[in-house]
Write a protein that binds this ligand. Sequence first.
Ligand code: IPM
Ligand code: MG
Length: 365
Amino acid sequence: MNKKIALIRGDGIGPEIVAQAQKVLDGVAALYGHTFTYDEVDMGGVAIDRWGDPLPAAMLDKCLASDSVLLGAVGGNKWNDVPGNMRPERGLLRLRAGMGVYSNNRPAKIWPQLASASPLKKSIVDKGIDFIIVRELIGGIYFGQHKTEETDGQKTATDVLQYTEAEIERIGRIGFETARKRSGRLCSVEKSNVLDSSRLWKAVMHRLAGEYPDVTLTDMLVDNCAMQIVKDPSQFDVIVTENMFGDILSDEASMITGSIGMIPSSSLGSSTCGLYEPIHGSAPDIAGMDIANPIGTVLSAAMMLRYSFDMPAEANAIENAVSAVLDAGYRTGDIMPSDPEEAAGCQRVGCTRMGDLITGMLRKD
Ligand code: IPM
Ligand code: MG
């Protein structure tokens, strides 16, 4: 198969991690006889520097003309003082909206090889951690009106959190369908004891529940959910939630699995052209040092093969290669065991070497 992939290397560690994922994709192409071609897209700080805009229209067009988009990360201290609507992150939000990718899927799964890297007690980890956060991605407070006004020397800042029933329904359906393919348990997370938008969210979820009798729907308030994720993550299978709650809970969920550096994500809308990115940021403090963990990006590429290109065997080949590299004891710094005895059985490697090792372990599934 021929596929055109838009590559957004971005800022900070973005270029290093995307280079590893590209190497792995090329390895898969060679193994399975596919041709992947790449279209370079500037977004984020690099686009501000080059074009004066975090996402120039021509760059969004390149993404829309591709079969899917692979993104590293954007942002960094260098652009902290640019106005809000010109920040690197705004480029990312505009890209998600421009592509219409309303459904963000963030798996939180513990790799058995990394169980000791979890900050949770062994007794909790041993009960199992394997759930998915389905996050609404192009609505809510990140996309409502933002403004800062000044009256009598006093500033007031406002961000609007708004959801329509239709926006809630389309992400709700993804939640139910995802749960249906797994163990049939869906937890809808909101703050309906305070927010109108959450009360509407809850009402829509319960209306939809009637259409999915095979799925058991439960509700949870977001503050309680934050607590339950560290208390007993084994209770969760699929969580569906709005944009900001999903942003926050997915960072928490990633940490309990050992490292945010391991977690990929997929974002899809109504077409198969998706956006694939690790959930960590651009980590400017370690950029250019060749020590970043590329696995979140490599696994994002695997999700692209699975969900956008309908290549499940190829996706498995990548995931198996990652597992084999971990089995062999190779670790980037973020997943190196802190226990000296355990660390003795591991070898610390950099970003490029990790990419080479995963590529070298690729076998036909
Ligand atoms: C994420 C990030 C982004 C978000 C930022 C960079 C805008 O935190 O993908 O989770 O909030 O969506
Ligand atoms: Mg985030």
